[in-house]
Design a protein around this ligand. Sequence first.
Ligand code: TRP
Length: 326
Amino acid sequence: MSGIRPTGFLHLGNYFGAVKNYVRMQDEYDCFFMVADLHSLTTHPDTRELKQHVRRVLAENIACGLDPEKVALYCQSHVHETGELYLYLNMLAYKGELEKTPTFKEKVRLQPDNVNAGLLTYPVLQTADIIIHRAKLVPVGKDQEQHLEMARNFVNRFNHRYGEVFPEPFAFNFGETLAKVPSLDGSGKMSKSENQMATVYLSDDDDRIRKKIMGATTDQGPTKLNSPKSVYIENLFLLMRLFSDPTIVDQFEIEYNNCTVRYGDLKKQLAEDVVAFVRPIREKTNAILEDEKYLADIMEKGAEKARNSARQTMQLVREAIGLQYY
Ligand code: TRP
């Protein structure tokens, strides 16, 4: 089970950090993938663009290979049972632990005028999302480890107090380290909040991708044989390893090491390979977005699957807590 916040367009970092893992999981596991539209209300109370963002995130995930026939692909707000479980879990979550959550503190810093209770209990709702399906594996990035640890704490508290209902959920990535996608300006990972020109989106057209990659920061070039690479050049090679033919990357490595490399050629190669990767995803996304009926059907079918699973869990939860009076 995993959730994706509909707060922006997907970029290459999201693809390699998350979506690629979802696609791989769908053949081996019973999967629930959800658009976290309710979570987005904690930071984006203005909902004018919500519908568009939800539709885009669904379309992009499908275009990347997620198959709505194989998995339950749904919207958080369509599974009302989650709200009920969230309420019960809130009685097991302490104000102190919620206040010291790093993501909460970060958001207090970012939006001091809107420190709402939803922000404080964000990890509680996330726990409800996961355990409503009694899920064990949660494909997420490093930034979500803390939330998963809190989820395990809430699960253990629940089980201890009311009886074993939930398995402990763990972050999952096939036992491999997730491919990090570096940004194009040498400032860490690709992300949606930072420099727009340093992040390649799955929605970028061919020329925009070329422009971004040709604009990537480089250095003066190697002057000594086999010199170590600067962060900028290391990043370009990391990107090449993700998108380009290995023999071509090897050739550029050789040229770097014997100081004949031309960064312009390297970037041109990389740009074309990224264009070739993104183009079919972008085109498929656009085709899906044009088909209102198709997306509506997907959402309905996904919600139906998710609700079936949620209803079964809630039956057990109400019994365990002792809310059945007759
Ligand atoms: N908090 C996650 C994020 O910021 C999104 C999310 C919501 C999620 N519910 C979830 C992730 C359940 C995994 C499982 O990306």
